[in-house]
Design a protein around this ligand. Structure first.
Ligand SMILES: Nc1nc2c(ncn2[C@@H]2O[C@H](COP(=O)(O)OP(=O)(O)O)[C@@H](O)[C@H]2O)c(=O)[nH]1
Ligand SMILES: [Mg+2]
Length: 230
């Protein structure tokens, strides 16, 4: 799509948990920048005002407060299931993913069913042993994807675009294989892409969280390792 074009065929799905300090800015920027774009915030029972603020800013909000299973992965799946546009972009609600890149994502999605935001450089204060562990985990994941016939630099990116129908067809067949409480919905999806599906990569710089804190913890690392063997 060219600049000034309508984004009515695009929905941005944003999973959230306690993002009241970030979500208003993100929703407003998306609406202002991309005419006609739809936004679905999938909130997992935030204890702050994320849901009210997102709604007021103009997003459709799916509240998962009362659900039995909580998690980033299941939230993204439910968000995409509610989409009625041809394309979906998944991004975080804390401004770490540059919303400016969405124009490029959509342009590529028109020719390629999967577009992945790949991080060039991830700024982290992790100690050496944690960085090493992360490198090993990613190498194993890349090997797992190699078996499925997919090659991608950033297999655990939370910033990606996909044709809604491609995602829905995978979910119909492989829902039980997803780590629903995990963080890596993209990795789970790439494993089950039909062989030969074109994947395009868009480079981006992973920013710092605008406000609030990360919700990732050791449990999520465990879910990821388990997903390598599914
Ligand atoms: N719905 C939902 N969103 C979550 C959950 N955990 C994190 N998020 C959201 O997912 C995005 C990425 O989470 P974040 O904690 O920033 O992960 P990090 O960037 O890897 O440190 C943010 O928008 C969070 O609010 C969850 O369990 N459920
Ligand atoms: Mg984050």
């Amino acid at each position: 799509m060219e600049k000034n074009q309508n984004y009515a065929e695009v929905t941005v799905v944003i999973p959230t948990l306690n993002e009241e300090k970030n979500i208003e800015k993100l929703v407003k920027l998306l609406k202002k920048t991309y005419k006609g774009i739809q936004i679905i915030v999938v909130d997992d029972g935030s204890k702050d005002k994320t849901q009210e603020i997102a709604k007021k800013a103009g997003a459709k909000v799916i509240s998962r407060t009362q659900k039995e299973i909580h998690g980033l992965c299941i939230s993204v799946i439910e968000g995409i299931q509610a989409v009625n546009t041809k394309y979906v972009i998944v991004m975080d609600g804390d401004m770490q993913h540059p919303y400016e890149k969405i124009a490029e994502f959509v342009e590529k999605l028109e020719h390629c069913p999967v577009v992945i935001g790949t991080r060039e450089q991830v700024l982290t204060e992790w100690p050496l042993h944690r960085r090493m562990m992360s490198k090993i985990a990613i190498a194993l994941g890349q090997f797992r994807l190699f078996i499925s016939g997919v090659s991608c630099k950033d297999i655990v990116s939370g910033f990606f675009g996909i044709e809604r129908e491609v995602f829905k067809q995978i979910i119909e067949k492989k829902y039980k294989k997803y780590e629903l409480k995990g963080y890596k919905v993209l990795f789970d999806t790439l494993k089950y892409l039909p062989r030969g599906t074109k994947v395009y990569q868009v480079k981006y710089d992973f920013g710092l969280r605008a406000a609030g804190v990360s919700k990732i913890n050791y449990k999520h690392i465990l879910y990821y390792f388990r997903s390598l063997f599914k």
